[in-house]
Design a protein. Structure first.
Length: 155
């Protein structure tokens, strides 16, 4: 399609082009077969599109917006927190938590805090405390301990 037609084609097809512009376009279309073919195809497409245009203004039926809102609410995915608020599930969850608490309490009470070594075990060792008495009780002994530590230090 040539430039003069392309620039004013929309106004020409819409009927808003002035009389002088219409004469110029029609004289070009009479001499140019390619442009005439494209304009004819565009007129057919415009006619098809006009057939799809509704005849009047449509208003939704009463209650349309309420029904749409109800469908949206029904299809909305529920979160895990909303499931916890259900009475049956909340009751079952509370009972399961209580049962778990009782079992863990019974387990904690039944466990002994210190390991028991049988008195007949042959692996019992009697060893001297490697740390020794606490520092600060006897200054002379503290001095000896520091001296021994310094003397036996290996780098």
């Amino acid at each position: 399609m040539h430039q003069p037609i392309r620039e004013r084609l929309e106004q020409y097809l819409g009927g808003t082009e002035g009389a002088e512009g219409v004469r110029a376009i029609e004289s070009h279309l009479a001499t140019c077969r390619e442009c005439a073919r494209e304009v004819a195809a565009m007129r057919r497409q415009a006619a098809f599109l006009r057939l799809l245009r509704p005849g009047g203004v449509f208003e939704p039926e009463p209650g349309f917006y309420a029904r749409v809102w109800e469908r949206i609410e029904a299809q909305r995915s529920n979160s895990i927190w909303s499931l916890l608020l259900e009475p049956v599930l909340a009751k079952r969850l509370a009972l399961a938590s209580l049962a778990l608490l009782v079992l863990l309490s019974a387990l904690a009470v039944s466990l002994e805090t210190e390991p028991v070594i049988p008195p007949t075990a042959p692996e019992i060792f009697i060893a001297e405390d490697p740390i020794g008495p606490p520092l600060g009780a006897d200054p002379i002994q503290d001095r000896d301990v520091v001296l021994v530590n310094l003397a036996t230090y290996e780098h």
